[in-house]
Design a protein around this ligand. Structure first.
Ligand SMILES: [Zn+2]
Length: 323
């Protein structure tokens, strides 16, 4: 992992609350305060965020006292492996946003109050995490007309399947197709942007032969919802704060939450590589069919647009981090 000189990253974050034009290098990490949040800028329409794979436990942030505090083991490593696999194949970069704080210090996939539980330092990291996602999505939309966000997690449920969170819980997914295809469900779906542009119905996109679940299963990983399991068995994660906040059809952002099982998927480096390749293979088909865009970013809005410079807005900083 390459890093910009610390002085540059620090300089960027010195402009408290101001939008500044900064120069980032594709594939090179920049960091928020004290390196708690990491952003790797990319030039592809795909953004992966890993909020629960951090391991840092700074003493200055008190332990969170309510809510889930367990790490989603190896999801940070899985996200980096996916980025590396995409780069090896396309020569280009996805956007990566990684919370390096342990979940006992910050849960970036919750509303601020539950996420940081009163710690000003954790609150600042939370703001940076979501500002980096905003920044990545805006950049992807500028380049490609759409941003595809995957919030990457790991579950410990008994059934070893990949759970796809479109913001519909298992009870909602048990509803009939007719109901799920009505505006109420579509408007609250993370796939709304695709539904509005697709010849396919919402339920076809959720669990039909061209759904992400179907394609991922064809690449060797069990998934739900999918044609095999259109209604997930409980427990099932529906997608959380990050997908709810950022997957906004009016801003051309779509995507979903991935909850990955651990055995044979994220437990070893070798298995993470196998899954990353299967995911890329799945995304290639999915992007072509549903976004009209190669996962390698071909068909950009502005062919020939420079890719080596990014205009960036630094996250607003409401308080200087304590040292
Ligand atoms: Zn998680």
């Amino acid at each position: 992992m390459k890093r910009l000189p610390t002085a540059i990253a620090a300089l960027l974050l010195t402009f408290t609350g101001q939008a500044v034009a900064g120069e980032l290098t594709l594939g090179n990490s920049v960091f928020g305060q004290q390196n708690f949040i990491e952003y790797v800028p990319g030039d592809l329409p795909l953004i992966i965020a890993a909020p629960h794979g951090g391991r840092l436990r700074p003493e200055e942030i008190p332990d969170r006292t309510n809510g889930v505090t367990d790490i989603d083991a190896n999801t940070q490593e899985l996200a980096r492996t996916i980025a590396a696999v995409v780069h090896a194949e396309t020569g280009r970069h996805i956007h990566l946003v990684i919370c390096r704080l342990h979940r006992s210090k910050l849960d970036a996939n919750r509303e601020l109050a539950e996420a940081a539980q009163g710690s000003a330092v954790a609150e600042q990291a939370w703001k940076e995490h979501h500002a980096f996602i905003d920044q990545a999505c805006e950049d992807a939309v500028k380049r490609h007309g759409v941003a595809f966000l995957i919030d990457l997690h790991g579950h410990g449920h008994a059934d070893p399947r990949v759970e796809l969170g479109y913001l519909h819980n298992a009870l909602a997914l048990a509803d009939c197709d007719e109901a799920l295809n009505e505006a109420t469900y579509v408007n609250s779906s993370s796939l709304r942007w695709i539904v509005e542009r697709s010849g396919l119905s919402h339920t076809e996109l959720l669990r039909g032969p061209l759904s992400f679940g179907a394609m991922l299963e064809a690449n060797g990983f069990r998934a739900t919802p999918s044609p095999r399991m259109p209604v997930p068995t409980e427990p099932f994660f529906r997608g959380g704060y990050t997908i709810e906040r950022h997957c906004d059809a009016t801003r051309n952002v779509t995507g979903f939450q991935i909850e990955a099982n651990r055995p044979r998927l994220r437990d070893t480096a070798e298995n993470r590589l196998v899954f990353a390749r299967a995911l890329l293979s799945t995304l290639k088909t999915y992007f072509t069919v549903h976004l009209g865009l190669g996962v390698d970013g071909r068909k950009p809005l502005e062919p020939g647009a420079p890719i080596a410079r990014l205009q960036t807005t630094v996250p607003a900083q409401t308080q200087q981090p304590s040292q």
